[in-house]
Ligand binder design. Structure first.
Ligand SMILES: Nc1ncnc2c1ncn2[C@@H]1O[C@H](COP(=O)(O)OP(=O)(O)OP(=O)(O)O)[C@@H](O)[C@H]1O
Ligand SMILES: [Mg+2]
Length: 377
């Protein structure tokens, strides 16, 4: 059977001879077979091991099969564990019903048909194995996508620095040299050309600054989330024409960990980009609130609102944007809520944090009205 993972099959019967015969029948499945002589012993095994299928005799002294099934089902971990009842007495339909109501999965009557027993056990064993594999793959996928986000953040930071430190510096040097030529040159014709070159270089310097800034705002690392968002939203308002009000509480917003600041920045960035692309809104509000044990970010717009199936998270309706927000929030054990604000849409993100003190004034700044400062890169 290759190198597939073996699963545990728990066989419960008060008669050792029967246990032995089940063992012989099931041996060729190549799974781990565990024997229990009583309901109590079975429960002990269930608590210690991860069991794929329980094979049990209906009539046992002490705890009978149905009682045991009840006890197993009461435990949240075993609610989905497959149970196959084996009964020596003729099972009326009523007995079967009793078993199914308890969440039983299958029946076999005595004399046991070895082929049938093997087939039933093997179906449940495979189902259990596949569920496990799926869970492991899901875990792996979650790790991979969180690694991907971290790598993307690092890469953006690196490219932003590179653009600023090498291309930006070289362009500045070229600009200085061109300006020097303009100063020294007396011929009107070549001065005109040099002036054009100088203007082109100016434009390129601006472009490099904007690209570098959008990739990773340097202020995020240096002055923190509040200033970085302030600058970002000012630029956003200029480009989009959508007025955005940034509100922080406390007014002088405290620093968070670098990872959390990056996550919050990217979530706001994605949410306001969505406002621009999808909402048709004229205004939006971004609020950052830090309380003792959590930090919250809210992005609200007055646009056309968001469809219900997106709010419910239908996988084919959400894109990389909301998917990425969810992933970032999950990494911090936080929460993401998207809803209708009537009018408009509201995106709320909450990150739990270590308790720390802070003041509680509210600082309100209109991005439109805020002074348009040049981003010092
Ligand atoms: N503020 C909003 N107002 C109205 N609809 C919105 C808003 N934000 C998101 N949506 C809807 O939610 C959908 C999913 O958003 P999401 O950011 O996940 O993907 P996207 O913006 O379409 O693509 P991308 O992967 O580039 O982000 C959008 O296509 C849009 O229909
Ligand atoms: Mg988007």
């Amino acid at each position: 059977m290759g190198n597939r993972e073996k699963v545990n099959i728990l066989m419960v019967d008060d008669q050792p001879a029967k246990l032995l015969s089940y063992e012989v029948i099931l041996a060729e499945l190549g799974e781990n077979l565990i024997k229990a002589n009583s309901g109590r012993e079975a429960l002990e095994h269930l608590l210690k091991e991860d069991v794929a299928v329980v094979l049990m005799d209906v009539s046992m002294p002490e705890i009978d099969g149905f009682e045991l099934a009840d006890m197993i089902r009461q435990h949240p971990r075993f609610q989905k564990t497959a149970i196959i009842f084996i009964s020596g007495v003729h099972l009326t339909d009523l007995d079967r019903l009793k078993g199914y109501q308890r969440g039983a999965v299958d029946y076999l009557s005595v004399p046991v048909n070895p082929e049938l027993l093997r087939a039933k056990v093997s179906v449940f064993a495979d189902l259990h194995r596949k569920t496990h594999q799926l869970e492991a793959l899901n875990r792996e996928l979650r790790t991979l996508s969180s690694n991907l986000i971290a790598t993307q953040d690092d890469e953006r930071r690196r490219i932003a620095r590179e653009l600023h430190d090498s291309l930006g510096q070289e362009l500045s040097a070229a600009k200085m040299m061109t300006d020097k030529i303009i100063m020294l040159n007396r011929s009107a014709e070549s001065t005109k050309e040099a002036l054009e070159i100088s203007n082109l270089i100016d434009h390129s310097i601006q472009q490099v600054r904007s690209i570098s800034y959008l990739l990773h705002p340097p202020l995020l690392d240096e002055i923190g989330l509040q200033s970085a968002l302030q600058f970002y939203l000012e630029g956003f308002t200029k480009r989009s024409g959508i007025e955005i009000i940034l509100e922080t509480k406390p007014s002088s917003f405290p620093r968070l960990t670098a990872e959390m600041e990056t996550a919050m920045f990217r979530i706001v960035q994605e949410a306001v980009t969505n406002v621009f692309r999808h909402s048709g809104a004229r205004a939006a509000w971004v609020a950052l609130v830090k309380e003792e044990a959590r930090v919250m970010g809210t992005i609200r717009d007055n646009g056309k609102g968001i469809a219900d199936d997106i709010i419910e998270g239908r996988p084919d309706r959400i894109g990389v944007g909301i998917g990425g927000m969810r992933q970032r929030v999950k990494e911090f054990g936080g929460e993401l809520r998207i809803g209708s604000a009537n009018p408009g849409t509201i995106v709320e993100v909450t990150f739990p944090i270590e308790a720390a003190e802070g003041d509680s004034q509210t600082g309100v700044t209109s991005i439109n009205r805020a002074t348009q400062r040049e981003v010092a890169l």
